[in-house]
Design a protein around this ligand. Sequence first.
Ligand code: NAP
Ligand code: MG
Length: 401
Amino acid sequence: MEKIKMINPIVEMDGDEMTRILWHAVKDTLIHPFVELKTVYYDLGLPNRDKTGDQVTVDAANAIKEWRVGVKCATITPNAQRVEEYNLHRMWKSPNGTIRSILDGTVFRTPILLNRIKPVVRTWKKPITIARHAYGDVYKNVEYRVPGAGKAELVFTDASGKETFRQEVFSFRGAGVVQGMHNTDKSIRSFAHACFKYALSVGQDLWFSAKDTISKQYDQTFKDIFAEIYESDYKSQFEAKGITYFYTLIDDAVARVFRSEGGFVWACKNYDGDVMSDMLSTAFGSLAMMTSVLVSPDGNYEFEAAHGTITRHYYRYLKGETPSSNPVATIFAWSGALRKRGELDGSEDLVAFSERLEKATIDVLESGVMTGDLALLCKGQSDVRSVSYTEFLCAVAEKLY
Ligand code: NAP
Ligand code: MG
């Protein structure tokens, strides 16, 4: 069988722990035998980030700007415990945070649905896509542990050096905490455009939720920018497609989501999107079945699985056990990146291969062969066989030969 040739490379970002093991297993079993893979490789594993002073993460993000398509393995965001575990020079920042602040953009997360697995919410019939603003707010915050009594203020000095705003945040009588966050009109505008464009491309309604009743400047700005851009650029296209855009408060949105049938795009601010996407993926089935793509305003794409490095499984793997880690979201990260590469390069073969890879994966799952996390959700289905990730990958590969 002749392997598919690639014109331009994909930026490949390796990662940590169990997902690093899955990463190479997916490539060896499902990609290399069929595609003459061209990648520009960056090792974002924690030891190499530490060795390079995290420069490798910045280099990888810049490479995505150059090559337009990247695929990323999950990575550890170090905390105090990890600093000790890996003997780190510093508590490096979240690689995803670094990459997102360089690329800007919006993260779209969509669950992969199976006929066999019924969502926890019985009314859901179609997937719900979360569009998460991937810039600013608490992810680019400045915070301070207030040691004792004193006053915290919010001060703005304009470009000419003149102080134009000063307001007391709080007068502390004792120890506490204080935090400053920001966002920019530019980033919010590109977030809005990305959401409207995505909803049009999939032909689904768009919801946007924030908390403008409480946050009368910050969240209100998001709401106003969405409304203005909808009116000026998208209203007629939405009407022509028979889809709608509406804004509602975040708490109302949560209540409506649970009564809905699914099949829409839910635009969320950065933190809401972080939390709600984990909730939705679990309610739809498993965190391991959630796809994720970052779309930047200038049309760059970064694909990844939504889950983390599955630390608990990795420790079992190190003891010689075969943990029931599910490689499906990692497979879809690769298929998504290969499809986008094929679309941008006009390579029909590559697009067709990524479709075949996704179909083979779904077919194996629907045939009852799956990793333990999914098998648990199919209790009472006698034809289900719980397999290791290696057996699962081989079953998918068999369908591709
Ligand atoms: P996690 O790695 O997503 O795992 C949480 C739990 O979810 C696992 O223990 C496992 O449950 C289940 N799970 C997740 N993915 C699975 C899969 N593919 N197959 C089977 N089960 C799966 O989250 P975490 O434990 O909170 O974080 C671990 C590390 O990942 C942290 O260092 C964090 O910084 C990092 N992280 C990275 C990213 C990213 O790079 N995008 C995202 C999130 C977290 P059971 O143990 O019950 O089987
Ligand atoms: Mg999260």
